[in-house]
Structures are given as C-alpha cells and as structure tokens.
Design a protein around this ligand. Structure first.
Ligand code: TXA
Ligand code: MG
Length: 356
C-alpha cells in the first residue's frame, strides 16, 4: 500500500492504478471513498473483498461532469417530467453530496449494482476526486472506504487504520468538508424518494423539484434487511465499537444524576463514559446542573459537535469525533440528537444507526 498526499502526480498515479484494475482510496467532500474502475467487474469485486461487504449492497458510481452522466445511466426510458427534474437537480446540486438512482447503462457491470437494473450516480464536490475520475475511465465505483459496518472515514488516516494493505494507494486530501455521506435520492420512476438522508438536505431538493417522499428513519432501521429500498441501509451501520445511546437535549442534561429519566443506566464505576453534545449551550447547562462550577471527573469524556450549534460544522465533525471517542476506550456513549432540519436529519440517522 502506498500513502501519498494529493498532488497532480499522485492523482495521475491513482488514475493509472484504477485503469489497471487496482483500488485507490480518495477524498470526497463527504467521506473517503474506496474506488475501482466502474466498468471493470474484477476490480469491483476487490472492493467487496477489501471491505468484507456483502454483495447485495450496491456501490455508488462517481462521475466528474454532468456530460458524462449517460456513460453510466440510461435515460431513454424516463418521462419528460422526470428527466426535467433530474437535470434541475444535477445542474443545481452537482457537484455535491447527492447520489441519484437512475436506470443503469449496460456498460456498468451487475456486480457494481448488486444485480439491480439501477445505479446510484454522484458527481462529488472535491477537486482531487474529480481529477482522479476524469483521468481514469470517467466513472469510479466507490463505497465509503471503511470495513463493512464500521464508522465512515473522514480522514485518510482512518482509511489507513481500517483497510491498510487491502488498498493499493491512499490519497490524502485532508479532512472531509461535509463529513456525512451523500443523500441517496431515487428518481428512477416518477415517484421520487429519499432512500438515505445525507449531505444534501431534503429542503434543498424540494425547493428545486417540489415535494418528494421523505425518509422514515424508524421504519428503515426497524425493518432490518428485508424489503429495504436501499439495500445498504442495514440496521447497525456506521457503528463505533462502544454502545451508544441517543437522547434528546432535555434527557441528556439530566444524566447521570437522574438516570431513570432516559430509562438508561449510567455506570461510572471504574469506567470511562463519553458525553457527545450537539451544541455548546447544552453542554454548559449539563455541566452546571451536574457538577456546579466544578470540572467533571476524569472518567467523563466530554465532546461538543458544534459550539454554536451549526449543523454543517456538527456533521463535518460527527464521524471524526466518534472515531476519537472510540480510541479513549469508553464503556458507554451518550449522544444528544441534533435539531431535525437541514443536515440534522442525516446526523440523527447516523447516530441512531450507531446506537442500534
Ligand atoms: O458520500 C457518499 O455517498 C460516499 C462517498 C464515498 O461518495 N459513499 C458512500 O457509499 O456512502 P456507500 O456504499 O457506503 O453507500 C451507498 C449507499 C448504500 O446505502 C446503497 O445501498 C445505496 O447507496 N445504493 C447504491 N446503489 C443503489 C441502488 N441502485 N438502489 C438503491 N440504493 C443504492
Ligand atoms: Mg458506507
């Protein structure tokens, strides 16, 4: 495995590796991707192997311009109405954290889409990723670059730790700007539906094309594998190694003094526990309520996603902070839910998945 910072040279090298059937981990604005040439079934098989990912979980195909969309998608069967909506979305939200499910082009092998007649296509908003894709075959199949079921990587170091020698090249482009995965939107048929909340808020989509079918976190998480519209939406996904409990703002500030309030047990004996606050005011309220003017004991690891409660900042720090907490060897994590608007939906979805 080679580990190189992003430069024109290293990107070129990455493109050569992709063209010869290798695996390259690369930065995007959401999380790091583990890429293979989207037209090469053998190379794609290596992705599933490296991640230990079940073959029923289809990959996202990354492109580097709207003009190349039809190299990967087959738009000939779409109604005019849906076609217009697609282009409205692409022109306004691409490049960006939006994966669009479309009927696939025959050149995309079945292994990339787990045999589905559709493919998730995305034009990432990251210069290094765009150059890498453009210099290779123009389409790169890439899931998040983590072992299956583990936390998504938002830094190149996370990829190195998680996948190491299974990757031919890791391109280090620094921390990811957005930090949660793309929104997955199904626009195959006239009924348009969000399959996974993510970096593009539902509001931004509806502003452009009107009402779409939203995403029901509980329905998705509780239903398990069977009948899921998006096969990758398994119950326990994005999981840190530590048990995690999600709580509302009101619930978390009562812990650990009133443990029953959240029907939850806080065990502080000889064990470290982590409190992950969404915003600074919740943490301050908690501190003064639980500890007066004192600092909490060393057994408490306290983290805040965004001091000012900014959703973008909180999203960008979510996985990184969970990785950090994991490294402290805590026995429990209590996490405060974000407000439900904008990126809050994606943050809460990832927290709830980590909890299940
Ligand atoms: O931000 C992202 O989307 C990152 C970066 C690397 O682009 N990628 C990512 O990939 O999160 P992955 O494989 O971890 O998640 C892909 C999701 C899965 O939930 C999968 O089931 C869904 O997209 N998906 C892919 N193709 C699909 C299809 N044809 N129909 C329904 N869902 C699909
Ligand atoms: Mg993933």
């Amino acid at each position: 495995m080679e580990y190189l910072r992003v430069t024109d040279e290293s990107i070129k090298k990455g493109a050569e590796i992709l063209k010869s059937g290798g695996l390259v981990a690369f930065p995007t604005e959401t999380v790091y991707g583990l890429g293979a040439d989207a037209f090469n079934p053998k190379a794609i098989a290596r992705i599933f192997e490296a991640k230990n990912r079940p073959y029923f979980d289809p990959l996202i195909i990354h492109i580097a311009s709207i003009d190349t969309l039809e190299k990967t998608a087959n738009l000939s069967m779409q109604s005019k109405k849906t076609h217009d909506k697609l282009f409205k979305l692409a022109q306004n939200l691409w490049p960006g954290p939006l994966s669009i499910i479309l009927p696939k082009n025959d050149k995309i092998p079945g292994i990339a889409t787990s045999g589905l007649p559709t493919a998730a296509i995305r034009f990432p908003d990251n210069e290094a990723a765009q150059k890498l894709i453009a210099l290779s075959s123009g389409a790169v199949a890439a899931p998040s670059a983590n072992p299956f079921g583990a936390l998504s990587p938002t830094r190149a170091e996370h990829v190195k730790t998680g996948l190491g020698e299974k990757v031919d090249l890791i391109l280090d482009g620094g921390p990811c700007k957005i930090g949660v995965e793309s929104t997955v939107l199904d626009i195959t048929y006239d009924c348009i539906k969000i399959l996974r909340p993510g970096g593009t808020p539902m509001e931004a989509i509806e502003e452009l094309i009107g009402a779409v079918e939203g995403y029901d976190n509980n329905e998705q998480i509780d239903s398990g594998r069977q009948g899921l519209a998006s096969p990758g939406l398994l119950k326990s996904h994005y999981a840190p190694d530590t048990p995690l409990t999600v709580l509302s703002r009101e619930e978390i500030i009562k812990l650990p003094k009133e443990p029953n309030c959240a029907s939850t047990q806080v065990n502080t004996e000889n064990q470290k526990i982590a409190f992950l606050f969404f915003d600074g005011t919740a943490k301050d309220e908690w501190l003064s309520k639980q500890f007066g003017a004192q600092e909490p004991p060393d057994s408490f690891i306290v983290k805040v996603l965004s001091q000012s409660g900014d959703l973008l900042e909180a999203a960008s720090r979510l996985f990184e902070t969970l990785h950090e907490i994991d490294n402290f060897g805590v026995s429990q994590i209590f996490a405060q839910l974000a407000p439900r608007n904008g990126l809050g939906e994606a943050i809460n979805d990832r927290l709830k998945r980590a909890a299940s």
